[in-house]
Design a protein around this ligand. Structure first.
Ligand SMILES: [Zn+2]
Length: 462
């Protein structure tokens, strides 16, 4: 994990040390111990990890800093891998930008891109490869599996649509915006209707790109799950609830399946996409998942960090919890159904995680089945303990370990395909204290490199 501060030009030289101290202090406070181990330091003696860079008008030291960053990234493997591509791909990209500009469009038909490519003596296949390449660099967006007919020349426009929905729920909850009756389910349960999407008129480019295409796209990207005709559920709109509420949906006694992400914690979007996968009727997991509802048809427990499901026709419920450092699966049912339900829930959740990772484009975010650490019971925040050869090891302190037989783990014998016995990750060696923040910040778990825009009233390096 690397922190970059890219507005050095906005801080007077003599103030820089003070601003950096404040920034380091605040970041150290909010960084969970798990993530501290992965920090890339710019000054190990001083424990400094914020790389300052004036990217707008780089001077000598900025260029040196950029070179160090480049080296760090290439050591990290994939990030700095050199890829050789034909020069004319860049020419094609430039040409497409020009065409879009001339037409005043942010979206181009794929067919038109092909015509441009042909004029440069590129065949359809190379055109597709070039589009995929630039999509990978986020210079444009192209989704051949979901919306093969369109190329988005301005990636920001798509990101804006999603963030606008998030913003809207935020303002509604803050009371800054009136909530008409038909939008209560949007604010409280993350439900979006096609009519509602139509209100963001300025963002569409009919007839090429309308709310219909947006829905297809967001369903394909596991941002939406279709609940009924023209009604979509968007898990990332939900509100995070306090630990007290989460705790009510956990089963005590270490019976849960913890999903431990040894490399970096769960990356951003993984939980929401997995939920969208589980609730999408078109997915082929073995049985339908639904959100548990009360008699009035309202969800019993539907929050950004804890959701209660029913699985197939089984009596009982499955809670899926996002602790931001790891996930947990808890099953509430009579003992005679337990084994069967564990198998179904386990298989579906792993299928969802796999699909979510693939859809978001993460190559290195596979969880390992683990147990909830028995060494640090309540009131500590739960965290995983990895299991290997019948021994569990706390993921926070390897000094804490014990035999698995000492805790009852109902899923382990049932879920053979992902038995924790096959887990290969080594336990973490940190001796830091148990995390004590009640709501770990979202951004920390997802960051590989951070560049954040200015927030009034805060340090503008942050
Ligand atoms: Zn522990």
């Amino acid at each position: 994990m690397m922190f970059l501060a890219t507005h050095r030009d906005m801080v007077a030289d003599e103030q820089l040390p003070g601003v950096l101290d404040t920034l380091h202090k605040r970041l150290r406070e909010i960084l969970l111990p798990q993530f501290r181990e992965q920090l890339i330091y710019c000054d190990t003696e001083r424990d400094d990890f914020v790389f300052t860079l004036n990217a707008a008008k780089p001077e000598k030291e900025d260029r040196e800093c950029a070179e160090i960053i480049r080296e760090c990234l290439s050591r990290g493997g994939e990030g700095g891998r050199e890829v050789k591509v034909p020069l004319r791909w860049y020419a094609l990209y430039q040409k497409l930008l020009e065409v879009a500009n001339e037409l005043g469009k942010k979206v181009l038909p794929r067919e038109l891109c092909q015509q441009v490519a042909e004029s440069m003596e590129m065949d359809d296949e190379s055109c597709g490869e070039a589009l995929n390449f630039f999509d990978g660099l986020n210079m444009l967006f192209y989704f051949p599996d979901i919306l093969p007919q369109l190329v988005f020349m301005e990636p920001q426009m798509l990101l804006d649509k999603v963030s606008e929905l998030v913003e809207e729920t935020y303002h509604m909850r803050q009371g800054k915006k009136a909530v008409p009756g038909e939008k209560l389910r949007f604010r409280d349960h993350g439900e979006v209707t096609e009519k509602f999407l139509g209100e963001f008129e300025s963002h569409y480019e009919p007839p090429l790109f309308t709310p219909k295409e947006l829905v297809t796209l967001l369903k394909g990207l596991l941002v939406f799950a279709e609940m009924s005709k023209d009604v979509y559920f968007m898990p990332c709109l939900l509100q995070v609830v306090a630990w007290k509420v989460v705790e009510e949906h956990r089963v005590s006694g270490g019976k849960a399946l913890a999903l431990h992400f040894p490399d970096s914690g769960p990356l951003m979007g993984t939980f929401c996409s997995t939920v969208a996968y589980l609730l999408s009727p078109e997915n082929s997991h073995p049985c339908p998942w639904r959100v548990v509802q009360n008699e009035a048809g309202a969800p019993e427990c539907l929050h950004r960090n804890v959701i209660e499901f029913t699985v197939s026709d089984y009596a009982g419920a499955v809670s899926l919890i996002d602790h931001f450092t790891h996930f947990e699966l808890h099953i509430h049912t009579a003992e005679d159904h337990e084994a069967e339900l564990w198998k179904l829930a386990h298989d579906a959740v792993f299928a969802g995680l796999k699909k979510a990772g693939k859809t978001i484009g993460y190559t290195n975010n596979t969880p390992v089945p683990a147990i909830v650490c028995p060494a640090h019971p309540h009131p500590a925040k739960p965290h995983p303990a990895t299991v290997k050869k019948g021994v569990w090891t706390c993921s926070i302190s390897s000094k804490n370990f014990g035999k698995v037989a000492e805790v009852s783990v109902p899923w382990m014998s049932v879920c053979t395909s992902h038995s924790a016995e096959s887990a290969t990750s080594s336990p973490s060696s940190s001796s830091s204290a148990v995390p004590s923040t009640s709501q770990p910040p979202l951004s920390v778990s997802s960051t590989t490199a951070t560049t954040t825009t200015n927030t009034p009233g805060e340090s503008f390096l942050a």
